[in-house]
Design a protein around this ligand. Structure first.
Ligand code: HEM
Ligand SMILES: [Cu+2]
Length: 547
């Protein structure tokens, strides 16, 4: 970057050939942002359609395609690349090494992710019969059987969806294996497991979760292909198959997937809060243990998505109870983050602002989650807008807010310039207000009985005000995002120079230049505590004296 910018063909060639974890990390982040814009535009279209009763802005089939593509894109093409991009970029530098364990596998992981994204969007070109617009997947992001059967899903849109997820799963498993090998084999001297930044710990846990949760997804995609192409009958109830089988496979993946997306958010928050409170993280070993517990328990709660399919009451009770249990380690974490801030010298910079909003919003998401885990409550509100509100508090209020924190925190490292603070504050406040305006009323609309995925609604149900507010909120959110994107570009050229360590932070990525050199460190570092840079800056009072 900086002075020696390359001409476009040179740059493209460099990116296509690269196996450098930093470039691949930024390519993940860049493509994640592009897909984020696509999925965002679809979200806006959905909300315009639902803003007023009896609306005809979209036609019903376009509506079905939009919410399917929005959900699928956000989970697999926005959430996944943004978290994997950050992990790719940061993990090797944070553990003081020069690259991932398998750089070529790393490039493979990125390209197959991008391929899976193209595959999903090519569906718009491959119509049923005529090749035209209007044939994207429309079976919802969890694609329940029997909607995906040949009889109900003609043409190839569902095939694109299946193959895209299959490819994406292979890519994320490859990257997860790579992260595990990197974290467990390539740490610099002195970086024992209990000195690793929590960011690295949590990404290790996420990598294990990916390896455990993705194969069931791939398995059920393969079964669906067999059903659709070779006349297998896995999910065909009329031929002795089981529609519920799909749901079990899907949610054995789908629930841990939520944690695959939210543990990296925890990882980001766990780096930001200490640095901006000027205190080490409170209860480091407990944080690690709680993360491992969360991962374990998350593998055993999948059927809380299935309380209404008619499982036995023993199953319902088991899955309800196991879901409650997960609130314990999560609660511990929230206490520890607050404990870290408590009595600290808080610097209200943007990374901390987004982190505090995260804490508040994730708490609400957790509470509505516990409510939904209560079987009779879920019988009432399953597939209502209450659920839409809940999962957006997790995914937007949790994941997305923490990703913004990450951008403000690490952009200076990646680009060498600070993001503009004034634009950052506009982004923060507009997005905060818009987010709550959009998703808070959806709790109430759900309680008033509004089902999710309806194309339109009559005017006499009492849902009008909620829906209108919800759609107005989207305008705020979109404006905030627009300012953020402009900021990313503007600061790339005009931002204040960052220097190596603009936040006076403690982990190794701040020990190298901004942006880091090709090989990260000229001489690999050696660490003596969990805060190596603190030790350097305070030779009289280093951390390692105390532990
Ligand atoms: C990272 C951010 C986001 C993620 C991960 C996400 C994820 C999802 C998912 C998984 C669905 C379910 C789709 C389905 O029911 O088939 C969904 C639906 C929806 N999302 Fe998002 N979303 C995000 C951001 C947004 C934003 C910013 C908005 C509004 C501006 C939005 C509005 C909607 C709407 C209106 C639906 C349809 C609900 C329904 O009727 O089922 N989403 N989203
Ligand atoms: Cu779940």
């Amino acid at each position: 970057m900086g002075a020696g910018r390359k001409a476009l063909p040179g740059l493209v060639q460099e990116l296509v050939y690269t196996v450098d974890h930093k470039k691949l990390g930024m390519m993940y982040l860049g493509s994640g942002l592009v897909f984020f814009m696509l999925a965002g535009i679809m979200a806006v279209a959905i909300r315009v359609q639902l803003a007023v009763p009896n609306n005809h802005f979209l036609n019903p089939s376009a509506f079905n395609q939009f919410f399917t593509m929005h959900g699928t894109t956000m989970v697999f093409l926005v959430g996944m690349p943004l978290i994997l991009g950050l992990a790719n970029y940061l993990v090797p530098i944070m553990i003081g090494t020069r690259d991932m364990a398998f750089p070529r596998l790393n490039a493979f992981g990125f390209w197959i992710f991008l391929f899976s994204g193209f595959l999903l969007y090519f569906s718009y070109l491959g119509g049923s019969g005529v090749y035209g617009i209007g044939s994207a997947p429309d079976v919802g992001w969890f694609a329940y059987s029997p909607l995906t059967a040949k009889a109900f899903s003609k043409g190839h849109s569902t095939d694109y969806w299946t193959l895209s997820l299959l490819a994406g799963g292979i890519g994320s498993i490859a990257t997860a294996i790579n992260l595990i090998a990197t974290i467990f084999c390539l740490r610099c001297r002195g970086m024992t497991l209990n000195r690793m930044p929590l960011f690295v710990w949590l990404n290790a846990v996420v990598a294990f979760l990916i390896i455990l949760a993705m194969p069931p997804l791939s398995a059920c995609q393969i079964m669906l292909c067999l059903d659709r192409y070779l006349g297998a009958k896995f999910f065909d109830t009329q031929a002795g198959g089981s529609a519920i089988l799909w749901q079990h496979f899907f949610w054995i993946f789908g629930h841990p997937e939520v944690y695959i997306l939210i543990l990296p958010a925890f990882a980001i928050i766990s780096e930001v809060i200490p640095v901006f409170s000027r205190k080490p993280i409170f209860g480091y070993p407990i944080m690690v243990m709680a993360s491992v517990m969360i991962a374990f328990i998350s593998l055993g709660v999948w059927a809380h998505h299935m309380f209404t399919v008619g499982m036995s009451s023993v199953s319902n009770t088991f899955f309800s109870a196991s879901t409650f249990v997960i609130a314990v380690p999560t609660g511990i974490k929230i206490f520890n983050w607050i404990g870290t801030m408590y009595g600290g010298k808080l610097r209200m910079e943007l990374p901390l602002l987004f982190s505090i909003a995260f804490l508040f919003q994730f708490l609400i998401a957790g509470l509505t989650g516990v409510m939904l885990a209560t079987t009779p409550f879920d019988w009432q509100l399953n597939d209502s807008y209450f659920v839409v509100a809940h999962f957006h508090y997790v995914l937007v209020g949790g994941l997305l807010f923490s990703i913004f924190a990450a951008f403000y925190y690490w952009y200076p490292k990646m680009i060498g310039r600070m993001l503009d603070g004034a634009m950052g504050r506009w982004h923060f406040w507009l997005f905060l207000v818009g987010f709550h305006l959009t998703f808070f009323p959806q709790h109430i609309m759900g309680i008033l009985g509004m089902p999710r995925r309806i194309y339109s609604y009559p005017a006499d149900r009492g849902w009008e005000i909620g829906n209108l507010l919800s759609s107005i909120g989207v305008i705020f959110q979109a404006t905030g995002i627009l300012i953020f994107l402009i900021n990313l570009l503007y600061s790339y050229y005009r931002g204040r120079r960052a220097g190596d360590d603009p936040w006076d932070a403690w982990t190794l990525e701040w020990a190298t230049t901004s942006p880091p050199a090709e090989y990260n460190f000229e001489k690999l570092p050696e660490v003596h505590s969990a805060r190596p840079l603190w030790d350097l800056k305070h030779p009289d009072e280093p951390d390692w004296k105390h532990n």
